[in-house]
Structures are given as structure tokens and as C-alpha cells.
Design a protein around this ligand. Structure first.
Ligand SMILES: *Cc1c(COP(=O)(O)O)cnc(C)c1O
Length: 386
């Protein structure tokens, strides 16, 4: 009852793979071997479970949205990843990778970050385990997200600006990979989503399956009948929170719906291409240059998407929808007003899709992965709403 593993070459259908400079192939292979070993080791799993419980605050609850359900005519449930330490699902991934790095004898983490959320999470895990931490961030993003830059520095991380290209997330990824090539003896690259070269899309997915395992159990306890919701939905940037919750409901009757921002819809508007070590759907121009993504939510400003989502879309195993910034801003306010939960702008995409699709969801049970809390977005919303 879970998602299929990639092929030995790291493929999900035609997507995925390992498109990296030759110098990085051994590092990716070492990482795959180390993770395979750790993931089947009860001691590693127990240590991770303990951190997830005592440090991150898991299990995260499932909340029934009584007022909004009544308004919409469907039964709306939220998986509350917003209640985790550091405010999102990202902590699940970084705790696992930081433990893995230590197990591999590495003393230093490098990471990329766009809006700063993955950088903050990585710096947090590094502080916890006493690892050195360097976070690459586009120069433009550093100016836009100065609070997160300060947070990372408070946590003891060094933030380095990526000054090439558009000086945003995709350039930060390139610089982090360059750092890793040069320092692989001592350094683990802590990638932030289910993307990049094999084994990352699989490794990050496995670390996020905790969301789906918990949610499956919580639905079984709460719902009658077969214990399944009718629809499970999540926002998709790189796709890690979505694949995490989807994994708990794969190969069941549940409809899986990923929601992309209209301005960063790699699946909805992209074509297959190779970027950042993987083959996946990608927004690019007619010359194959990677396009900038634009969305009200900085955390979804990624022009690509994890390869497994490309595969699920191409195989018809999940459906992908797009919502506009205006719909997201509305959804952000609706959930705040009706349930007393201010969502991050990223999961507000999934809420926005539910609001739009409500006429077709009458009587259905819908589980939304509420991937993060909205504190980080309040100042931006104040500017937008005046
Ligand atoms: C980073 C982030 C996302 C996007 O990342 P995925 O890998 O697509 O999950 C979504 N929601 C929140 C709250 C985030 O911080």
C-alpha cells in the first residue's frame, strides 16, 4: 500500500535518473547505499522516530474543519504539519538527513534555499546535532527574506549568496551542488525536496512518508466505512509534502490531487527536460532555458517538480491542478476566518483548489495536507491586502 520504488537507475517511469557531473556519481552512490542501510536499521529508525516525537512534536494531529465543511458541503480534514517545530513538514526531511550525515561521518551540511524555510530547517537540524552548516541563497532572495537570513545566522549557519543567473533558488541549487563536488569527503548535501539526482527524490520521499503513515492511521480511526477519505490534496512545489501524504493512500480508491501555482506549474505548463540532476517536467523557453517561476508564495517558486510527480501525472495515478494567486489570497483569508488557522501561502493553494472544486465535492471527505503555518506570510499579506 505504498508508492513504487524507483528503478536501480533512479527512474520513475521515464523520469528521474542521475544527471550529474562524473565527480558526483560516486557521492550519489555512497549516499544511496548509506540511506538504504540506515533505513533498514531499527536503531536508526528508532533514533529518528524519537527526534520526530520529542523535538519536532509528532505525530501531528488531523483537524476536522466543522464550519468550513458546512459552508462547502464536503467534509474537510487538515493534516496539521503546520504544528511541527519550525512550522512545516520540512523538519521531517532535515532531521533524517542530518542523522544520516552524522552516520556517514560527515561533519558539514550544505543546503539551498529559496524563501529560506529549508535553510532555516537545515540550520536547525545542524544546530541540534552539532554539524557545521552552509546555506546557499540567491542574492535576490536574501534581500526579500532577510528575517530568515537572520534566523539561519542565529542558528549558527553561514549564509552564502548565489550571485549567478537570476540570483534565486535555481542558482542557489547550482552553487550548493558545486560546493558538494568540492567538499564531498566532509560534506552532506541536504536537499530540500523530492527533486535532484537519484537517490534524493526517493530518499526525501521516504523521510516524508511519516505524514502519510500517520494520516492513514488517523483517517482509519476517525472515518467510518473503509476508513479512507475520497480525496487527498496537497500543494506542489518540488513536491515533498504532497508525496509524503500521497504515499499513505497510494493504490487505494483515494483520488490524489496535487495543486501547483499557475505561475509555477511545471506539470500543468511545462515539458520534459533535464535540470538539477533529474529528468522531469520543467518550465522552459523554446531554446530550453529554464524559466523563472512566479507565485505569491515564495516557497513554490520552483520552475521544476520532483520526477515522481511527473511520473504520477503521466501515468494518470494522480491529478494536478493549478490555482491563481488571487484564489490563494482568498483561501488564506477563508481558512483564517472560518477555522482560526492561518495557513502558509503554500498549502493555501490546496485550500484554494478545494474552494473552487467544492461543487463537485458535495458529500465527499477531503483531506488537505496543511504543510505549514502562515506566520511567515503575515507581513506580505498585510502589504497585499492594505
Ligand atoms: C517549502 C514548502 C513547500 C513546498 O515544498 P514541497 O517540497 O513541494 O512540499 C510547501 N509548503 C510549505 C509550508 C513549505 O515550507
Amino acid at each position: 500500500m505504498s508508492l513504487a520504488d524507483p528503478t536501480p537507475a533512479g527512474r520513475f517511469g521515464e523520469f528521474g535518473g542521475l544527471f550529474v557531473p562524473e565527480t558526483l556519481v560516486p557521492a550519489c552512490q555512497e549516499l544511496e547505499g548509506a540511506f538504504r542501510d540506515a533505513w533498514s536499521d531499527d536503531t536508526f529508525r528508532a533514533e529518528l522516530d524519537q527526534l520526530l516525537r520529542d523535538y519536532a512534536g509528532r505525530p501531528s494531529p488531523v483537524t476536522e474543519c466543522r464550519r468550513l465543511s458546512e459552508e462547502l458541503g464536503c467534509r474537510l480534514l487538515l493534516k496539521r504539519e503546520d504544528l511541527n517545530h519550525t512550522g512545516s513538514h520540512k523538519i521531517n526531511n532535515v532531521l533524517g538527513q542530518a542523522l544520516l550525515a552524522r552516520r556517514m561521518g560527515k561533519t558539514r551540511l550544505v543546503a539551498e534555499t529559496g524563501a529560506g524555510q529549508h535553510g532555516v530547517a537545515t540550520a536547525t537540524a545542524a544546530a541540534l546535532l552539532g554539524l557545521e552548516c552552509v546555506v546557499y541563497m540567491g542574492e535576490v532572495d536574501m534581500r526579500r527574506q532577510e528575517l530568515n537570513v537572520f534566523r539561519m545566522r542565529l542558528l549558527g549557519a553561514e549564509v552564502r549568496s548565489a550571485t549567478s543567473g537570476s540570483r534565486t533558488l535555481k542558482d542557489a541549487i547550482n552553487e550548493a551542488m558545486r560546493d558538494w563536488v568540492a567538499t564531498v569527503e566532509t560534506t552532506h548535501y541536504c536537499l530540500g525536496s523530492v527533486m535532484g539526482p537519484h537517490p534524493y527524490p526517493w530518499l526525501v520521499r521516504e523521510l516524508q512518508t511519516v505524514i502519510g503513515r500517520e494520516a492513514r492511521r488517523q483517517c482509519a480511526e476517525r472515518l467510518g466505512g473503509d476508513g479512507l477519505p475520497d480525496v487527498v490534496t496537497a500543494c506542489v512545489g518540488g513536491g515533498s509534502n504532497a508525496i509524503g501524504i500521497f504515499s499513505g493512500f497510494a493504490r487505494t480508491r483515494v483520488e490524489l490531487v496535487g495543486v501547483e501555482p499557475a505561475g509555477g506549474a511545471a506539470i500543468g505548463r511545462g515539458v520534459p527536460g533535464v535540470v538539477h540532476g533529474m529528468k522531469s517536467y520543467l518550465m522552459q523557453d523554446e531554446w530550453g532555458q529554464v524559466l523563472e517561476a512566479h507565485s505569491v508564495s515564495a516557497g513554490l517558486d520552483y520552475p521544476g517538480v520532483g520526477p515522481e510527480h511527473s511520473h504520477l501525472a503521466a501515468a494518470g495515478l494522480a491529478r494536478y491542478e493549478q490555482v491563481t494567486d488571487a484564489e490563494v489570497i482568498e483561501a488564506f483569508q477563508v481558512l483564517s476566518r472560518t477555522e482560526g488557522i492561518i495557513p502558509a501561502l503554500e498549502p493555501a493553494h490546496a485550500i484554494a483548489w478545494v474552494l473552487r472544486a467544492a461543487p463537485q465535492l458535495q458529500g465527499a471527505t477531503v483531506l488537505v495536507n496543511l504543510s505549514g503555518r502562515g506566520d511567515k506570510d503575515v507581513a506580505q499579506m498585510m502589504d497585499l491586502l492594505g
